[in-house]
Design a protein around this ligand. Structure first.
Ligand SMILES: *[C@@H]1O[C@H](CO)[C@@H](O)[C@H](O)[C@H]1NC(C)=O
Ligand SMILES: *[C@@H]1O[C@H](CO)[C@@H](O)[C@H](O)[C@H]1NC(C)=O
Ligand SMILES: *[C@@H]1O[C@H](CO)[C@@H](O)[C@H](O)[C@H]1NC(C)=O
Ligand SMILES: *[C@@H]1O[C@H](CO)[C@@H](O)[C@H](O)[C@H]1NC(C)=O
Ligand SMILES: *[C@@H]1O[C@H](CO)[C@@H](O)[C@H](O)[C@H]1NC(C)=O
Length: 356
């Protein structure tokens, strides 16, 4: 009986710490090499779940981390953030947490997990260099990368690429657009919401008349743009960075609002490898990682990519807005089902099916 009660108790341990006050906060005061030593002593492993839609999408992160920190293993699992979060909830609810860090697009989960007391208040070394809007006041979460959609086209098939969302309505794009279902990815849903609040429902009707090819996954458009046996030329629901290799080329709208957001990370309070998770977060916020060419940084002090304004000065995007959009789940759901009623539920296998 006592054993049973103990089991029940641990299974419902999630709680709201609001009125406990005196929040625990760990302020990093070691060098990254000392954190590395602690992570090795802990076992040399970090389990991170990263949002995305192709299993190999974080291979570069794993490679860069393991090259920088020999004998560390970054066990990174990519899945849609909207699937990762429920599985994390299940781990938390059953006291069987085995992941250390989550890096997701579902920004509303972090505020919820923080309220549940599930996250570790932890200020990495470069915490105050992160833009204030991208970080939680008690350091339960913070953006670690700046993601967004842009216009992407295959310049072998199209000399002059689209710039504004109205360009996609030109006759030359009939049957040649490849787009991710807005009802399968909330960041794509937000793109359609922004565009249609600006250009109206008529824009969407005209887009449908172009007969776009709908796909699952936000990397799939690029795959199809590059495939020899397709005739797709452009997309606005994908990302290849701002300095892609040929034949891909990109632009951002200056009149239309496009989507950008801080991909957000948190360490779980009961993470089995807290030192490994701290090492990963410090690495991802370092000059070395944030300074990668071709993308904006979540840090205030890093230069913008060549030819672009700083992310907070780009008038056609607001990277803070996405978390407000994501926080209103009722509105998200209404939008999602609206699009489903127009273009049907997402068809085809998840691009992550090779994970199963
Ligand atoms: C460094 O941080 C740890 C954990 O927060 C704390 O216990 C320790 O006193 C700090 N050391 C210094 C030198 O500030
Ligand atoms: C990594 O592990 C190998 C084999 O145990 C050991 O020889 C080497 O010194 C380690 N390197 C570091 C940086 O810990
Ligand atoms: C790596 O992650 C996978 C998926 O999350 C998990 O099944 C596996 O146990 C992890 N490996 C280690 C060594 O923790
Ligand atoms: C197009 O090419 C890809 C690989 O290059 C192949 O997997 C696919 O089956 C081909 N599709 C058609 C319709 O031939
Ligand atoms: C990319 O497109 C822009 C504008 O359409 C053009 O000025 C630039 O030369 C193109 N870059 C490449 C590498 O083709």
């Amino acid at each position: 009986m006592r054993l049973l009660l103990a089991t029940l108790f641990t299974a419902v341990l999630a709680y709201d710490p609001t009125l406990g006050f005196n929040r625990a906060l760990v302020v990093e005061n070691r060098t990254i090499d000392d954190i590395y030593k602690a992570a090795l002593a802990e076992g040399g492993v970090v389990n991170v779940w990263h949002g995305g839609d192709e299993s190999g999408q974080q291979a570069e992160l794993k490679q860069a981390f393991e090259a920088r920190f020999p004998n560390m293993t970054l066990n990174v699992t990519v899945d849609l953030s909207k699937y990762h979060d429920g599985n994390i909830d299940r781990q938390l609810a059953t006291d069987s947490l085995y992941i250390d860090s989550a890096i997701l697009q579902t920004l509303h989960d972090f505020t919820r997990w923080d309220l549940e007391g599930a996250l570790l208040g932890y200020q990495p070394l470069d915490f105050y260099k992160i833009h204030p809007a991208f970080r939680h006041i008690h350091a339960s979460w913070y953006g670690v990368r700046l993601f967004g959609w842009s216009n992407v086209w295959n310049s072998d098939r199209l000399a002059d690429g689209p710039k504004e969302f109205t360009d996609y309505l030109k006759p030359e794009f009939k049957d040649k657009l490849v787009l991710t279902y807005p009802n399968d990815d909330d960041a794509v849903l937000f793109a359609f919401d922004l565009i249609m609040q600006q250009y109206g429902y008529e824009w969407f009707e005209a887009l449908l008349a172009q007969n776009p090819h709908w796909v699952r996954g936000t990397a799939t458009p690029v795959t199809l743009l590059l495939q020899e046996n397709t005739s797709f030329v452009a997309s606005f629901t994908t990302s290849v960075g701002l300095a892609p290799s040929s034949p891909l080329n990109v632009s951002i709208p200056s009149e239309g609002n496009f989507v950008s957001w801080p991909q957000t990370a948190g360490i779980f309070r009961d993470a089995p490898h807290p030192e490994g998770a701290k090492l990963l977060h410090n690495f991802m916020l370092s000059d070395e990682f944030q300074g990668a060419p071709g993308s904006w940084s979540v840090r205030k002090d890093m230069p913008a990519p060549a030819g672009y304004d700083a992310i907070m000065d780009v008038q056609s995007t607001n990277p803070v807005e996405f978390s407000r959009f994501m926080g209103n789940r009722e509105r998200v759901e209404r939008l999602r089902f609206f699009f489903e009623s127009k273009i049907g539920s997402a068809q085809g296998l998840s691009p992550l099916i090779d994970n199963l």
